[in-house]
Design a protein around this ligand. Structure first.
Ligand code: GDP
Ligand code: MG
Length: 166
């Protein structure tokens, strides 16, 4: 694989934490406060001949009342157009209208999409996540579905391996 990968999802799902974990450097600011990422932040991961440029994006969200929100939505949407692969990040425990919107956007992009279900460390009952995964995989033909914990670094290697082998 040689190319660009956009990390998209609604605010606060852990996109920036995931980017930092993938490239093993703190390039992107993470925060409990939504909308900390306001620009496109890039991180490069190289293995042998493979090189992936990961683009962290502001969270996509339905609310577009404030100009800054519209700008952030636009920044995230335009990233989708530029990449070879999309990593769609959702939370294992919460799903809302913003997630629906992102799902629509990525499925309309025509690009391959890897679904990452983050924050699995917060999932007490695995049986609650499985129907979620099933429902999502019925909605769209993802190139892969990966449950991860960005803060614990769990399964992040699987994402890198999946991207590299493409
Ligand atoms: P972004 O808005 O999607 O970029 O989200 P951030 O990366 O800034 O993370 C939002 C919040 O979720 C922060 O408080 C992170 O520490 C937290 N977070 C991110 N990944 C995980 C995870 O795997 N598990 C848990 N428990 N919290 C996480
Ligand atoms: Mg962020």
């Amino acid at each position: 694989f040689c190319g660009m990968v956009a990390i998209v999802g609604r605010p606060n799902v852990g996109k920036s934490t995931l980017l930092n974990e993938i490239i093993e450097q703190k390039v992107s600011i993470t925060s409990r406060k939504p909308q900390t990422t306001r620009h496109r932040i890039m991180g490069i991961h190289t293995v042998d001949k493979h090189q992936a440029v990961y683009i962290d994006t502001p969270g996509l969200h339905v609310e577009e009342k404030r100009a800054i929100n519209r700008l952030m939505n636009r920044a995230a949407s335009s990233s989708i157009g530029d990449v070879e692969l999309i990593i769609f990040v959702v939370e294992g425990t919460h799903w809302n209208a913003d997630d629906d919107m992102v799902l629509n956007k990525v499925s309309q992009s025509g690009k391959p999409v890897l679904l990452v279900i983050n924050k699995i460390d917060q999932v007490k009952d695995r049986d609650l996540v499985l129907p979620h995964m099933k429902w999502l995989s019925d909605k769209f033909d993802f190139v892969g579905i990966m449950p991860v914990s960005a803060t614990q670094g769990k399964n992040v290697d699987l994402i890198k391996a999946e991207v590299t082998k493409r």
